[in-house]
Ligand binder design. Structure first.
Ligand SMILES: Nc1nc2c(ncn2[C@@H]2O[C@H](COP(=O)(O)OP(=O)(O)OP(=O)(O)O)[C@@H](O)[C@H]2O)c(=O)[nH]1
Length: 399
């Protein structure tokens, strides 16, 4: 279940700082830069070039320092580690820039014709208006600039209302404009916060969905593994680790069908441990188990070719399914098995045919042209095995 959570207030504040520095930095610096260039062009005829260049250079240095400060804060993620301190530094920088603009206006106005004076004021207002769009993500940052840039000019105009015919009007207009910008900033600021909040919710949801998908994938893998283990349990003989009767019958059915379609051969070797009851009686049941395990290993080693399957058909009876093998190849495999069991050299003092464990084998090779039941195939191999037993055991009989 995905819950739509709200962004915690502290996180929202950090996101606001980050957004301000990422996007507001370049735009507000550019606005100030354009203002500096415009003012220098405007005041060029009225002031000493050296003084103007010094003034422009001073503002540029301040802008550069502020920009570098924001870059550093972004790169070491100070907006996450010390957001409050960073906030006050940004607000102070913004206020300082605003004060430079208002101070410039107040200082130079008495030496300017009225039209130039108003043009200068227009530039300051223009910078404040542009800043609204980019700085307002942190409202205090925007207000610090607006109030420090426009309020001193407004009050100065009101205080000197007799100097210029429109100073009084100008002062009130600026106060009204400040109020207007403050009111407008509220709405835009809230929109920024909503946008950041929605962004955060989307990311949180995507993260949660990702986690759910991962856990579903894990569950699926666990289910697949459990199913594989269940299938193994149903098909594998516990003692020897070979396929059991169920798996062998299934394999036989598949191989017979394949051989029918391709007009190929299938061979089956049924193997029985000679005098195994006597072995159990002499050496004990656990030792008998160990013999079955070792013969199981030998069977596994004997099935080297792809598709060959070894199984325990029941008790001390084993079986080998050899897809594609004709009688001579099956006989060769049976002889190899006999040799491997002999070389294993498991003593069997009660055997009537050898001094060690031996096996009898019945080999059946067919080219099926009709659907043959696996049970029938095993019965025919069993008949061959019976023949091998009858001939004295430790033998191989082929049908
Ligand atoms: N230790 C052990 N013995 C088993 C297991 N399954 C069957 N047996 C024993 O295998 C013996 C098979 O005996 P028989 O069928 O008489 O065959 P045999 O003694 O090998 O005689 P032949 O096949 O005629 O040579 C029985 O004594 C079973 O108890 C098993 O899982 N472990």
């Amino acid at each position: 279940m995905i819950y739509l959570r709200n962004i915690p207030e502290e996180e929202l504040f950090c996101a606001q700082l980050e957004l301000l520095m990422q996007h507001g930095r370049v735009a507000s610096m550019m606005a100030n830069l354009i203002g500096v260039i415009a003012v220098m062009g405007l005041l060029w005829p009225y002031f000493d070039a050296g003084d103007l260049l010094l003034w422009g250079f001073g503002i540029l240095i301040l802008l550069l320092l502020r920009s570098l400060h924001m870059s550093a804060a972004l790169s070491d993620r100070r907006y996450l580690s010390r957001p409050k301190k960073l906030f006050w530094q940004l607000v102070a920088g913004s206020a300082a820039t605003g004060l430079i603009w208002s101070g410039t206006y107040i200082l130079v106005s008495p030496y300017l014709p009225v039209t130039i004076q108003y043009l200068l004021l227009l530039i300051v207002v223009f910078i404040a208006a542009i800043s609204l769009a980019v700085m307002v993500v942190i409202r205090e940052y925007f207000l610090a600039f607006t109030f420090s840039a426009l309020w001193p000019i407004a009050w100065w105009s009101l205080a000197n209302f007799w100097d210029q015919p429109y100073n009084l009007l100008l002062g009130f207009l600026l106060l009204a404009l400040t109020g207007l910008l403050t009111a407008a900033s509220n709405g835009i600021h809230d929109t920024f916060r909503r946008m950041l909040s929605l962004n955060w919710q989307q990311e949180a949801m995507a993260r949660e969905l990702g986690q759910i998908t991962n856990s579903l994938r894990d569950r699926n893998l666990q289910l697949q593994e459990a199913r594989r283990q269940l299938t193994d349990l149903a098909n594998i003989d516990e003692l020897t680790g070979l396929g059991n009767r169920r798996l062998i019958n299934q394999t036989l059915r598949e191989e017979v069908n394949r051989a029918r379609r391709s007009h190929g051969w299938v061979s089956v070797i049924l193997i029985d441990v000679d005098f195994f009851k006597k072995y159990n009686d002499t050496y004990g049941h656990p030792a008998g188990d160990e013999v079955l395990r070792r013969i199981g290993d030998i069977m596994q080693r004997a099935t080297a070719r792809a598709g060959e399957v070894a199984g325990r058909y029941g008790g001390e009876e084993f079986i080998l399914v050899l897809p594609g093998a004709r009688a001579p190849e099956a006989l060769r495999t049976a002889e190899r098995l006999k040799r491997l069991v002999y070389e294993e050299n498991i003593p069997h003092s009660d055997s009537e045919v050898s001094d060690r464990i031996s096996i009898s084998q019945g080999v059946l090779s067919i080219m099926p042209d009709e659907d043959v039941d696996p049970g029938v195939l095993v019965d025919r191999a069993d008949a061959a095995l019976y023949e091998a037993k009858r001939e004295g055991r430790d033998k191989i009989a082929v049908v």
